[in-house]
Structure formats: C-alpha cells, structure tokens
Ligand binder design. Sequence first.
Ligand code: ADP
Ligand code: MG
Length: 470
Amino acid sequence: MTINHAIVDNFAHRETIHLWETIMGDLRKLLPEHSYQTWFMPIKPVKQNGETLTLSVPNRFYAEWIESNYKELLTRVLENVNPELSSYFFIVEPAPPQELQKEGSIEKTRHITSPAHTEHPPIDERYAHLNHRYTFDTFVEGPHNQFAKAASKAVADALGNTPYNPLLIYGGTGLGKTHLIQSIGNYARQKGGPRNIVYVSSEKFMVDYITALRNNRLSDFTGIYRKADLLLVDDIQFLQNREGTQEQFFHTFNELYQRGKQIVITSDRTPKELQGVEERLVSRFLSGLTVDIQPPNFETRVAILQKKARLEYLEIPDEVIDFIAQNITSNVRELESAMTRIFAYSSLTHLDITVDVAKKVIRDILGVKKSKVISVESIMKTVAAYYRISENDIMGKNRRKEIALARQIIMYLSRDMSGDSLKSIGLRLGRRDHSTVIHACTTIKEKIDQDPSFRSQINALKNQIELQLY
Ligand code: ADP
Ligand code: MG
C-alpha cells in the first residue's frame, strides 16, 4: 500500500466515479452496514490509471485500517467489477501545505511512517446523525419486536427515569435495531428534550477515540461523549477485543450513568455471547433491561412491505407483496431491497409489476444458481426446510403426522415438477412403492382443493422450488 498526501482533483473522471459507484454497490452487499458506512462511505475516487485505482481517504488511519482489515475484500471486488483493475492506492485529503508541491507522485512509502498530520478530527459534526426516516411511526410492530418497541418507547418518553438504563436491544442483522435505536433519538429530539443526543456506532466511537489519541485531542473526544444527555451506541459487538476502546466506553458509561443520563445499546448477539468484551462491561450492559428482536413472521413481513410501499408511493399488487414476503424470510433489509429492486426493474423495462418479474429479481437477490432440472432431492430439501423436518425423517419410516404429510407433499410436487416416474420418485424417497406415490398425489390434490391455506402453502413451495431453477 502506498499512501500519498496530495491535492485531490475534485473532478474525478465520470467513468471513475461510475466505476467506484459499482464497487461501492458490491461492497455494500458484502459488508455489515456500519462497516460500510464507517470505512467506505468517506472514500472518494480520484482516478483510474491502467490497472490502478486512486482513492482518497480522510486520514491515514482509514487507509491503514482498510489495509489491515479489508484489503482482500476490496481487491477481490475491484477485480470482479473490472478484471483489469488489480491494485489501488490511497491518498490522504486534504494535503498538509508543506507537501503540496509533491502532488501526483506515487511512490512515497515514507509517508506511511511519517507522523500523523494535523487535520482536526471531525468529531463535532459526527454525533447524532439521525436518519429522519427511522421513527416509531414507521416501525411496524409484530410479535417479534413488540417488547423491544415498547421498551424503546418507554425509554424515549422518560429518558433516564426508567429502570431500563441501559436499554440493550439485540437481534440478527437487518431486523430493525438501528431503526429502533434511532427512533429513540428522533423521538427525544422531537419532544425538544435533551440538548446533546449522541448517536454513534461503536465502530465510529472507536475511530473517534483513536483519532483523538493520535492528535492529542482526547478532550475533544470526552467533550462529546461524556457530555451526552442521551447516548445511543449501535452495534456494540464491534468492541469485541478492542480493549482500549472498551476502557474508554466503560468510563463514558459510568460517568453518564451516575449523572442519570440514558444509555441505549444495540448488539447483534446476546450479552453472554459477547466474547472478548470485558466482564465488567457486560455486567453493566445487563444491569438495565435487555430486549430482543426476532425475525418477523409472514403477516408482519407483509405489513412492513405495505407500509414501505405507502411511504414511498410505490404501487405494488398484493400478490407480489405476498410473493416477496413468502420468499424473503429472515431479514427486513433484504425484504425492502427486494421491493425496491422489483420496482426499479419494472420501471426500467416498462414491464408491469407481476409475480414473474418478482421471481426474476428475487432469484438474483438470493443468488440462486442455475440448475436445469428440478430433482426429487431438491424438492425434498425445500419442503423439509419449509416444515423444519429433517431429511432423514422423510426418508425413514417415521409415521408422525407432520412427517407423513411432508413426505406426501414431496411426492406430489415431484410428480408435478420433476419429470421423474412414479417408480423412481418412490425409490428415491426411502424405497417406497409406486402405489404409495399415487396415493400421496390423490390425497394432496384433495387437500389443495378443500383447504385454501394449504393451497397457498403448496404454491409458496412451488415458487421456492422454481426459484432454484436459475
Ligand atoms: P439492523 O440494525 O438490525 O441490522 P435496520 O434497523 O438497519 O436493521 O433495519 C434494516 C431495514 O429494515 C431498515 O431500512 C429498517 O427501516 C427496516 N425495518 C426493520 N424492521 C422494521 C420494522 N419493524 N418496520 C419497518 N421497517 C423495518
Ligand atoms: Mg444496524
């Protein structure tokens, strides 16, 4: 890696900008949102010269961090986007005045070890960048997040005056932690409550701390964080194994807590799973209230999509919303992105938004590989996963009702979709007789005709299986 301090040409070539946008799009898909925002959003493309892309970063720390943590990823994405691109280097912007005349020269490795230059850490502007879209009003409630939402609301209503201090929200990626924690900030701000609302990801907390240390401006850092009236720290899991930052956080926490200031934290795992975080810190986290967010159920997924469509004035037919909600099940961010992409696709191609269009887009999102034939095995996999039954049970002799039913569904769908003969289907599902397969097909067919909710399960399964065709 070469870091060079140089004046950055503000007018990067349009192609370079375009190239960088594509790279960023890919990085966003591959990285947790907070890492993407912290490390990659501040980067600007400068120029492309043959196989090398020049990028500007706000300070040396960024360059070093990316180099030690994201080098491989960045290189891989560059090559993916443009096979001719094989390297990149960073320049630091803005340049310190004494080095302006060196503009443009590249091999100045000595700058890597030169002392940190003196740009001021932009700490002051970084606190409390709340996204105005993240409010309690836009947050759809369901059984999976009800408790977390109620607790957040209670905290926002009576900052520091509830037993819920700190409030710790945990849950998997894309399930609404950031949305909730920012809703608390937005709500408090709207009510005109506390003066200093600080929202920060723990990653940014660390960057601020290190930047302040390097520049001998620790008081800037403590001035922001220890004066907070409401401290919202997103993605605390990032502090794992970062002892120095944990120590800072510990002191910040204690000081605010003693002054009765509200602290809210999110994490993508339970406090007990936060390995590499000091015991004393974990026990502080647990001293208030811990709430979790689970993946939304089907009805809530539909409600979230409907709400989003309304908020963004998108017209999407109900059956397409149902289709998305059936197929994207574990992550609200993906759910939203599916809808946006379907909409974009249809506006670009001037096709109506139909289930077929949705299928095509969702295939891309799920990255399903093209395989030409539908096999009995792939049907079994999908059905077993859908009903949470093991494939061994299906192949075996177990006659439990759910297992027997799943087995019959697989036979029915195999008959319908795989092109295999009855005999072969029976053989491949635990050496069963072809008359058993015939019986299964009739049973399932009748059930489909009689029971609309069963019919929609079968349709959902068919869609999932078809998706795997591509
Ligand atoms: P996390 O921080 O848990 O990874 P986010 O809060 O960033 O997840 O949520 C991802 C996206 O999903 C955001 O755009 C958010 O607005 C949306 N979202 C998540 N849960 C809900 C919900 N219950 N209602 C409305 N939108 C939601
Ligand atoms: Mg988040």
